[in-house]
Design a protein around this ligand. Structure first.
Ligand code: G3I
Length: 460
């Protein structure tokens, strides 16, 4: 059994269902790209943050099919695993690690030391440098030790810098001082020697004061033998604002002798999104993915939620959303194809209508050797179609010899009607109509099985 088939079998979803989930993109033999396979061919992984409670049904199917690394969005944070001192809840974290192992996926552990989502007994405790250092390193030993050998990357310390490159005044910084980061890395290495240890932050994607502070710290760690393996650039980006220095920044960290990964990619926009915004988002996802592919030490990319139905953005940024590669109904957006293209995919990227289409086929006139037919295609989905190809196959030897309002070509019994320049866009709920004259060789059985840009349509 091929690896793909094994993955499908593991979650009990048919190949046909997954093809639908993946969004058949082509006007002919529609094969949806598989990000994890494309990424593997480029020597990187493609991952997503997940919510443990959602790992079933279609959500789980897409995670399994498309991604070869997962990160628990919240379940491994200190506040989740030890809300009360000495009282642990590993259920969510265990569920994510078990799911990954069942589906041949890496796990990014997120995160051991962070100023946010800390239990209040840590955040509001009264500490000396020594007492908090002990609590911190015990926490690392407990959590990283529990999953020893099962975590590929740990975000050991998360978000330690201010925007100007100074240290964030977290409880760890104020109680322990500058040395807490090195202490945390040493404790993580001791707890799980095989895990790659990462320093992770946001707004460090381009070359700026904050990323330079990170660079300087990593440099000093390498000089002092502090065990660090990589840096995570979170990449919570705004539409149209991929930093122009992203690739150069990745390269400068690589040149220090550490790996680099994009850990929390999302690209937010005002909602509801326009087609132009979605096209820009595609270009942005493609640019970020291309920058990683271009640097040998960039090992992978994780999107911070793969679907707009499981994204932190709407809760944190008023009026913004649509930040992930799949819409709320698990349909791939143009951004998904941008990622695929950056990973070397060369298929047809014209997406079909999200949510389907309906075709009405009417023979208006018929004589001994010929007929005239009219075809009306309704976009019954929720996204516009910009440029379309309607494909069908003749059941009884007919052929098309003249068409209007579309260009119609035929090969054997396979017919493809392509939009005219003036009817390329079909808004959700709208129809487009074209007609043609055909020749007959006997019966004139009406075709069924129409596809619009590779998406199956119903037939009236
Ligand atoms: O679990 C409770 C639930 O019981 C309650 O009913 C609900 C009511 O609001 O809240 C739930 O907790 C929320 C939690 O996500 C789980 O959904 C918290 O309120 C909410 O604040 C929390 O947000 C998380 C955020 O970190 C906290 O800073 C996001 O899901 C998570 O995606 C986000 O991830 C961070 C990374 O860890 C670090 N980098 C930035 C990134 C985005 O903020």
């Amino acid at each position: 059994m091929k690896l793909q088939s094994l993955r499908r079998a593991a979650v009990g979803v048919s190949a046909a269902a997954l093809l639908l989930i993946g969004g058949a993109p082509s006007g002919h033999a529609a094969e949806a790209p598989v990000l994890r396979d494309l990424a593997a061919a480029k020597g990187i992984y493609y991952g997503t943050a997940v919510s443990a409670s959602k790992l079933n049904g279609t959500y789980a199917s897409v995670v399994t099919e498309q991604f070869d690394s997962i990160t628990p969005g919240n379940e491994m944070k200190w506040g989740s695993v030890e809300p009360t001192r000495g009282s642990y809840n590993w259920s969510g974290a265990d569920a994510v690690v078990d799911f990954a192992e069942a589906n041949d996926q890496k796990v990014r552990g997120h995160t051991l030391v962070w100023h946010s989502q800390l239990p209040s007994w840590v955040e509001n405790g009264t500490w000396t440098a020594d007492s908090l250092r002990t609590v911190m390193t015990d926490h690392i030993a407990t959590e990283a030790g529990r999953y020893k050998g099962r975590i590929d990357h740990w975000d050991v310390v998360n978000e330690p810098f201010n925007e100007d490159g100074t240290r964030r005044q977290s409880i760890f910084q104020t109680a322990i001082g500058d040395s807490y980061i090195a202490d945390a890395f040493r404790a993580a290495r001791a707890a799980d020697p095989d895990a790659k240890l990462y320093l992770n932050d946001y707004n460090v994607e381009g070359i700026n004061a904050k990323s330079t502070a990170m660079y300087d710290l990593v440099k000093s760690f390498k000089e002092q033998g502090v065990p660090i393996d990589g840096v995570g650039l979170q990449a919570h980006l705004i539409l149209g604002q991929v930093p122009s220095t992203l690739q150069a920044n990745i390269q400068r960290f690589a040149d220090l002798g550490v790996d680099v990964v994009i850990t929390e990619l999302d690209i937010r926009m005002t909602v509801p999104p326009t087609e132009a915004q979605l096209a820009q988002q595609k270009a942005d996802y493609k640019a970020v993915t291309s920058a990683c592919v271009a640097v040998a030490r960039c090992k992978g990319i994780t999107v911070w939620g793969f679907t707009d139905s499981d994204s932190w953005i709407p809760d944190f940024f008023d009026g913004y959303g649509a930040a992930t590669p799949y819409d709320e109904n698990y349909q791939p957006k143009p951004a998904y194809y941008g990622i695929a293209e950056a990973l070397g995919w060369t298929g047809d990227t014209t997406p079909g209508p999200t949510g389907g289409c309906a075709v009405t086929y009417t023979v208006q006139n018929q004589w001994d050797t010929g007929f005239t037919a009219q075809v009306t295609v309704k976009n019954s989905g929720t996204t516009a179609v910009n440029g379309w190809q309607l494909a069908w196959s003749w059941p009884s030897g007919q052929s098309v010899n003249q068409a209007w309002n579309a260009t119609v070509t035929q090969s054997g019994s396979a017919v493809t009607a392509t939009n005219a320049s003036y009817n390329a866009s079909v808004a959700p709920g709208s129809t487009v109509t074209f007609g043609f004259n055909g020749t007959l060789s006997g019966a004139n059985t009406a075709p069924t099985g129409f596809t619009l840009n590779g998406t199956d349509c119903t037939t009236a």
